[in-house]
Design a protein around this ligand. Structure first.
Ligand SMILES: Nc1ncnc2c1ncn2[C@@H]1O[C@H](COP(=O)(O)OP(=O)(O)OP(=O)(O)O)[C@@H](O)[C@H]1O
Length: 230
């Protein structure tokens, strides 16, 4: 469904992605792991058209690479970035309404059922939300736009364990709805609770790929590539 084939990305002279090849198949939740600076965020930004790349990126066999971010979004690729991009002066509900694309699987009632906290806070301003609530609003806003794939950049970073559990519950429900997800995440427990497959990125290269079972069983891989980020 989503494929990256030999994708390279540069920031000035620094070569950040050095030939990334990976895929997300229909209905899969795929975790992309790796230490700080490995290139995980750059991979998501490359798919979304924010970072310029070489190589091939396709979604449902259509080329994404070289297109503008708005065109890629219009084709159903939703990126939920770490800084979340909530409009602080708007209420929760207004933030959702401006993103709402009617006639799809996800409407306001659907996301309120999935995120009960957002229903409680629907008249609160975006600025008054906690970090966890902002993350939920960012995810809900992506959903009401009715995308065909979700790219999530560290949705649990900096959140209290109880909120992390809530995000995991929500991501399970999103996965069960059939929505494909590419999840960048440093929290291994979260990845293991959710992912069908794992990729590990190191210095801009995919150094490991494996099913959930294979990854769980392979301590050596985790120690080798992820030890510092646990
Ligand atoms: N806008 C930028 N300009 C220059 N270098 C950048 C820029 N953004 C990222 N980099 C560099 O590119 C490399 C990959 O960064 P990236 O943010 O993709 O890594 P990451 O795996 O997501 O790490 P983190 O978990 O720290 O976010 C790092 O060395 C980083 O310093």
């Amino acid at each position: 469904m989503l494929t990256l084939d030999d994708v390279h990305a540069y920031y000035g002279k620094s070569h950040v992605l050095e030939g990334v090849t990976m895929e997300v198949r229909a209905g899969e939740l795929v975790a992309l792991l790796g230490r700080n600076g490995a290139g995980k965020t750059t991979t998501l930004r490359s798919i979304a058209g924010i970072t310029t790349t070489t190589g091939r990126i396709t979604f449902d066999n259509q080329d994404l690479r070289g297109r503008e971010p708005y065109e890629i979004a219009r084709r159903g690729v939703a990126l939920v970035q770490e800084h979340r991009g909530i409009f602080g002066v708007l209420t929760v509900e207004e933030n959702l309404k401006i993103a709402l694309r009617k006639g799809g699987r996800w409407g306001l009632d659907d996301v309120y059922a999935m995120f009960p906290r957002l229903r409680e806070r629907r008249r609160n301003g975006g600025r008054a939300l906690s970090g966890g609530e902002q993350q939920m609003l960012a995810m809900a806003r992506a959903l009401v736009n009715n995308p065909r794939i979700l790219l999530l950049d560290e949705p649990t970073e900096g959140l209290a364990p109880v909120i992390v559990d809530e995000i995991v519950r929500i991501l399970k429900a999103i996965r069960e709805s059939g929505m494909p997800v590419l999840l960048v995440e440093q929290n291994l427990a979260v990845c293991e609770a959710l992912a069908d497959r794992h990729y590990i990125l190191e210095q801009g290269r995919i150094v490991y790929t494996g099913s959930a079972q294979a990854f769980k069983a392979d301590r050596a891989v985790r120690d080798r590539y992820l030890a510092l980020s646990q």
